[in-house]
Design a protein around this ligand. Structure first.
Ligand SMILES: Cc1cc2nc3c(=O)[nH]c(=O)nc-3n(C[C@H](O)[C@H](O)[C@H](O)COP(=O)(O)O)c2cc1C
Length: 140
């Protein structure tokens, strides 16, 4: 029983090394748990999609919500899925600073990451676009 969950949050300490720390342990943990997904980061904002077994994703989201390295965690989208979208990534990373502005502008008023201002559906569409434009870095 696979599910996908998408949420947004604001980084408490928006530095490269803080993000690397999060990613490092996330990738290791996710691989063990059969979790895949994408972490998008830009302008102090995170948006993360996680997919995997329903119980595993539910527990992980609970853990992530309690993580003091970010705040204002908001659920954007949740669905039961037939197959994974991000199966190639234990946790892929998208640095919005490296993304073509037109990709961001396609889905929002300004060329910035602001999942707080758009629907979960629109944020999922942005993730699809980031996949299509090969903006995701990382490995399984
Ligand atoms: C923005 C953000 C995204 C995270 N994503 C993941 C993730 O995908 N997988 C994961 O295991 N932990 C993730 N974490 C870390 C968890 O909140 C938690 O620190 C970690 O699972 C605990 O691992 P440990 O028991 O090995 O210390 C994330 C944290 C933040 C702030």
């Amino acid at each position: 029983m696979l599910v996908r969950l998408l949420y947004a949050s604001r980084a408490v300490e928006p530095t490269q090394s803080a993000i690397e720390d999060i990613l490092g342990s996330a990738r290791q943990h996710n691989q063990q748990q059969g979790v895949t997904g994408i972490l998008v980061y830009g302008g102090g904002v995170f948006m993360q999609a996680i997919e995997g077994g329903r119980q595993v994703v539910s527990d992980l989201y609970g853990t992530i919500q309690r993580d003091a390295r970010h705040q204002d965690v908001v659920l954007l989208h949740y669905e039961e899925i037939l197959e994974r979208r991000f199966g190639g990534w234990a946790m892929g990373l998208v640095d919005v600073g490296r993304v073509n502005a037109s990709v961001l502008l396609k889905y929002s008023e300004r060329a910035e990451l602001n999942p707080y201002a758009v629907s979960g559906k629109v944020s999922m569409a942005l993730l699809e676009e980031l996949m299509a434009t090969a903006s995701i870095v990382g490995h399984t």
